[in-house]
Structures are given as C-alpha cells and as structure tokens.
Design a protein around this ligand. Structure first.
Ligand code: SAH
Length: 361
C-alpha cells in the first residue's frame, strides 16, 4: 500500500461530512471490530491514584500551576480496596493513573503493583506519565502488565507548545516500554487548538506504525484554569463527537486488533449516547471510574467529567446495561490483545463499497 494515497485518503475521510459516507465508515470499522476483537466489551477499572503533578501541560487541569485544585494522593490501602471492588464487580483490569507525581516513587509503586497482583490477580495497567526507564523496569519486574502514555499529537511544534518544559520523548518511551515487555497503549486528543487535519492524519499513520495494544482517542475539552482553555478555540479540527468518532473508526481500520476505548471524554461531550456511539464506531473497551468519591473532584483534568458523582457500583450497573443494550457482551478476564499473527490494516481504498462514489481526491 503506497504511503501517499493512504495519507490522502485519511485526510479526505477526516473531513468527510456526508452522513451516508460517514455511516459507511462507521459500519466498516464496526465490522472489522466484530471480526477481530469480537462482541465482548472489556471493562478496565480506572483508579486515579494522585492528582499531584509537576508538569505544566497547557491542556490539563492537573498542571502544577492550577492552584485551585484539591490535591490528593491515595495510600496503598485505599488503592487496594478499590482494586478488590474491581475484582468483585467482575473487571479484569485496573488502571492506575496520576499526574506526574514524584511522590509516587519507584519503591511505592513497585510494592503496590506486587500487592495488587498477589491479592487480586487482576491485570495492572499504569498511566503515570513520563517516568525513567529505571522506574518503568522496576514496575514491570514487580508485575505491571501494561502502560498507557498518549503521544497526544504527532505535530512536534504543537506538542512543545501544549506540553512545555523538560520531559522525556514519549515515542522513545513507548519503544522502551515495549522492550521491557509491557503491552503498550497510546493515543491523542482530537480538536486541540492549532491541530490541523494533516497532523491528525499523521497521528493515525503513527498508530499504524506503532501498532499499539491500545489506542485511546478523546475530544480535547477546554479547562478554564489552563492556558489552552482560556484561548478561544480557533483550530482547524473541531473538538466534537463526530470528529472523534471518525478518528476511532479510522484507528480501528488501521489497527484491526487494537483495544480501543470509548473514552470518558467522549461520554462527557455526549452523556446520553457517547459511550454507545464509540462502541458502535470501532471501540471495544470502556474504563469505568473506581476512584472513591472524596477524591474524584480533585482529579479534574477537564471540567464536567462524565459520571463524576457516580459510585463504582452505579457505574458498573449503568455500563453493563448500556453494553447489553447494544447487543454486546461483557468481557471476562483480562481482555488481552488478541494476536492473530498480525492482521493487515484495512485497505482504505476498499471502503468505497458498491454503489458508493469512490473517494474522489
Ligand atoms: N499524567 C499522565 C496521565 C494524564 S491524564 C500522562 O501525562 O500521561 C490522561 C489523558 O487525559 C492525557 O494523556 C490526555 O490525553 C487526556 N487529557 C488531559 N487533559 C485533557 C483535556 N483538557 N481534554 C481532554 N483530554 C485531556
């Protein structure tokens, strides 16, 4: 598949507005999802273990400069209690997420991962930002299975602007994580101010190249206590549901075997149907929030986060109902990525199905 046509086709699909064509795209992604990862929707329980952060990301409410946030760090006992609840609710995985918090030191996380594995047997995913390879190696040795680190955008100038300060190269970290034996997740935000259609197409090509085990895509949601959130949104790419669904569908076609969540950010934009729309456009994972109530409001990466007042049990019940309502089943077990020996990406050119006008460039 020559490179230029794919990039061009992605650009055309990303900007497509015709409802009939968009339905073709959704249906193609849904069919590939069904064939490759099946009907099961995997639930990953999200535990937001610390809202402390030393970074100054322009988009994120946890940024160090946001003085208005009630910061917290959960202790090991509280995290373990959440994980037991996840196991009792039938989830196969817990995801420990946090700001970039040096207070979560190497030994603390290693000890916590070891206890989680021993006491619950759940798959453990970490999402703790840009950490040293030594930290990442120690956590892997302690039993961590997966690591999520979005590259956020493939446009280097935009990335520097929204993610200032010294940091580690996220792509190199992703390669390092894979060498350490982690299953690796990455992703981007859709509709960042200054994002272009061309860079979004590049993001998708990067997914294909990295072939991650998980791809998280959500709309960018402005937070008023951040520099980016105070700018008027004057980007080329809208931060809306329709554009996010296109990116999810295209990610499914390019990376047929990946685990793709219908994200909380998508549910925040469309509380009534966001998760369902994601799950019908190629997604096969949801990440219900297990963070205990007193902490949840202290983890405001963006305002109005969906389900912020729900208990873990209420979230589980609601999601199970939504999933069954789609005629899908609840996944059991860890929901490992299935490896069929490398299914080839979908030929986007074949998407022009009978009696559809071929994609004209
Ligand atoms: N400190 C970790 C976890 C950050 S929160 C890290 O940097 O990897 C997880 C994800 O939430 C981020 O990767 C980002 O893509 C998303 N996020 C943060 N702020 C957001 C916002 N304002 N709107 C939408 N998504 C946001």
């Amino acid at each position: 598949m020559p490179e230029a046509p794919v990039r061009t086709r992605l650009l055309v699909w990303l900007q497509e507005r015709d409802p009939w064509r968009l339905e073709q795209l959704r249906a193609a992604a849904d069919a590939v999802r069904r064939e490759t990862v099946g009907e099961a929707v995997h639930l990953r329980g999200l535990i937001e273990i610390s809202s402390h952060c030393v970074r100054g990301c322009g988009y994120c409410g946890l940024r160090a400069g946001n003085r208005g946030l009630a910061r917290y760090r959960m202790d090991a006992g509280a995290v373990l209690a959440c994980a037991r609840q996840a196991r009792d609710l039938g989830y196969g995985t817990v995801v420990l997420q946090a700001g970039e918090d040096p207070g979560l030191d190497r030994g603390f996380i290693a000890g916590l991962v070891a206890r989680l594995k021993e006491e619950t047997g759940l798959a453990v995913t970490l999402s703790l930002g840009e950490r040293s390879l030594e930290d990442l190696a120690a956590w892997r040795a302690a039993g961590a299975d997966r690591y999520l680190l979005r590259f956020e955008t493939s446009d280097p100038a935009l990335f520097r602007r929204i993610h200032p300060g010294p940091g580690r190269d996220r792509l190199r970290l992703l390669h390092g994580l894979r060498r350490l034996g982690y299953q690796v997740g990455t992703g981007v935000m859709v509709g960042l101010p200054g994002q272009t259609w061309a860079s979004l197409a590049e993001d998708l090509l990067r997914f294909r190249e990295l072939d991650p085990d998980m791809i998280g895509v959500g709309p960018y949601l402005p937070h008023p206590q951040t520099p980016l959130g105070r700018e008027a949104h004057a980007g080329e790419v809208p931060n809306d549901v329709a554009t996010t669904l296109k990116v999810i569908a295209l990610a499914r076609l390019l990376c047929p075997e990946a685990n793709i969540p219908a994200t909380t950010a998508l549910a925040t934009l469309d509380p009534a149907q966001g998760r369902e729309r994601g799950l019908r456009a190629g997604a096969n994972v949801v990440m219900p929030n297990l963070t205990p109530a007193p902490y949840r409001e202290g983890y405001e990466i963006y305002p109005g986060k969906a389900c912020v007042t729900e208990t873990a049990a209420a979230c589980a019940g609601c999601l199970a109902q939504r999933i069954r309502g789609l005629g899908r089943s609840l996944g059991n077990g860890a929901g490992e990525r299935r490896m069929s020996g490398g299914r080839r990406p979908h030929e986007l050119s074949r998407l022009a199905v009978t009696n559809a006008a071929p994609v004209r460039l």
